[in-house]
Design a protein around this ligand. Structure first.
Ligand code: C5P
Length: 260
């Protein structure tokens, strides 16, 4: 199935305190997180995991920060001949995804035959991916794409949770209010796969809802709220998200040892 990849890279990375948007942070091998992320998409295509149509990259709204990410995308497009379109993002991740969806619809619609863009004639696959996950292996793209091929409208890669997760009161001094059954918990990664038309409708619904789209921390949440079943496939430890300095140290150690 023709697949468009939407990479959200508009986050400020405040928890990383790098002084530049997180996707622009350079890893130990001299390449930015966004470059690694883009390269992982092409590696998945080259491995036959996805039938890549194009990539949309959501960049920060601030023009100075956007310019550096746009330059990365431009170089990547020139190097790989993949169509890459950039679009300014929003304040929350869900705002950035919604901004990206408009670009994806254009890319999907212009991608070829009638029906390739979804709607009444066919389906178009969309993978929504965090730029902050630079090392996702082709096998994860493959598992997500295979689930979409089989007709599911939404699928997430996930790994088991190692910690015991408790709910708390929230106000200091906090108290435990319950313990979730660890065997039923999964840590969900990206790329998350969707039928494009279904995800567009789910995000519209979330935007109109009482909680608004801001409460969405991933896109599967919008699909769940819209009543879709969301499939789960095996994620990978290398699909971890770089959020803190500790994550960055892990990323650089993996690169130095040739493990990523
Ligand atoms: O903040 P969080 O870790 O959930 O961010 C996950 C991904 O979403 C990152 O790749 C980040 O760049 C992106 N993001 C975005 N727009 C925002 C916030 C986050 O594109 N406003």
């Amino acid at each position: 199935m023709r697949t468009t990849v939407l990479i959200v890279a508009a986050g400020s990375g405040s928890r990383l305190q790098a002084g530049v948007p997180k996707a622009m942070v350079t890893l130990g091998d001299g390449h930015t997180m966004l470059e690694h992320c883009l390269d992982s998409v092409v590696a998945a295509r080259d491995a036959g995991a996805i039938e890549l149509n194009a990539i949309a990259v959501v960049v920060p709204g601030d023009p100075d920060h956007a310019a550096s990410l746009e330059a990365v995308c431009h170089d990547f497009a020139a190097r790989t001949a993949v169509t890459v379109q950039t679009v300014p993002g929003g304040a929350e991740r869900a705002d950035s995804v919604r901004a990206g969806l408009a670009a994806v619809r254009t890319l999907a619609g212009s991608a070829g035959s009638a029906g390739s863009a979804g709607g009444p004639f066919g389906r178009h696959a969309l993978l929504v991916h965090d730029a902050a996950r630079p090392f996702v292996p082709p096998a994860v793209f493959d598992a997500v794409a295979t689930a979409l091929e089989s007709g599911t409208a939404a699928v997430v890669p996930a790994v088991e949770v190692v910690d015991t997760i408790k709910t708390v009161t929230g106000a200091a001094p906090e108290e435990v209010t319950g313990t979730l059954q660890r065997t039923q918990l999964r840590a969900v990664q990206t790329p998350q796969g969707f039928d494009l038309t279904s995800l567009e409708a789910a995000h519209r619904l979330a935007e109109e809802g009482a909680a608004g789209a801001a409460a969405l921390t991933d896109d599967a949440m919008a699909m769940e709220a819209a009543g879709h079943r969301v499939g789960v496939v095996a994620g990978d430890p290398l699909g971890f998200k770089i959020t803190t300095q500790l994550d960055l140290m892990l990323a650089n150690a993996l690169l130095a040892s040739g493990s990523a």
